[in-house]
Design a protein around this ligand. Structure first.
Ligand SMILES: [Fe+2]
Ligand SMILES: [Fe+2]
Length: 213
């Protein structure tokens, strides 16, 4: 649950961060602004459903900034740390206290496994779960496929996606996250089953060559 409501000043800061983040993410392939909005939306949903008390300003700013480190780089391996540096500079330039800033920066570092630092506090786990949830549904699956792998077969890619989504689902921190993710996860399972069935069907069809003999 949220510990309090946002102040007017905080809403104004959030609006400005939204404009900043939208501008930076707009042209980004895969992790575009809709991903940032989805993560912010899921973070709010999870925060509302859990019994632990969380600060709305910290959660929302953390979610908005979480992938800012992906902007301007191809690999993404260090995007948690790059993003933390960007968020920190931004937040230092506005009037918020050090503790709040630190909490937001920690969310950005610890939202991704590539930082090799797991989420520890409740707000860190909330944004981490929200990011996981966006991967579970169809949109997340398509996003994953946009970062395709030319070396592997279609079958391999699909099985690999399935494995990854299973892990994403299993590592969620809150029951509230699993409740939200169940539908998305099932949606993905259904799609994968459908793709596999149609791949099998097609294989059967093309496998029997109708030779003109
Ligand atoms: Fe990320
Ligand atoms: Fe993300």
């Amino acid at each position: 649950m949220f510990s309090r409501n946002l102040t007017k000043e905080e809403v104004a800061i959030i609006n400005n961060i939204e404009v900043f983040v939208r501008d930076k993410h707009e042209k980004l392939q895969g992790h575009d602004y809709s991903h940032i909005l989805a993560i912010t939306h899921y973070s709010i949903e999870i925060a509302r459903r859990i019994t632990e008390s969380v600060d709305p300003f910290v959660i929302i700013c953390g979610a908005l900034f979480h992938d800012i480190g992906r902007v301007g780089t191809n690999t993404g391996r260090l995007h948690g740390f790059r993003g933390a540096a960007i968020a920190e500079e931004y937040l230092k330039a506005i009037d918020i206290d050090n503790e709040t800033r630190e909490q937001i920066v920690r969310i950005v570092v610890r939202h991704t496994e590539t930082s090799m630092l797991p989420p520890e506090t409740v707000p860190e786990k909330v944004v981490y779960d929200a990011d996981d949830l966006d991967r579970l549904g169809l949109i997340g699956m398509l996003r994953g496929m946009m970062v395709g792998d030319a070396e592997r077969s279609m079958d391999d890619i699909i099985n690999n996606r399935l494995e990854k989504r299973k892990k994403d689902y299993e590592r969620l921190h809150f029951q509230a996250s699993r409740d939200l993710g169940r539908k998305l996860y099932e949606e993905t399972l259904k799609l994968i089953e459908f793709i596999k069935a149609s791949m099998n069907q097609r294989w059967k069809e093309i496998n029997k060559l109708d030779l003109p003999v």
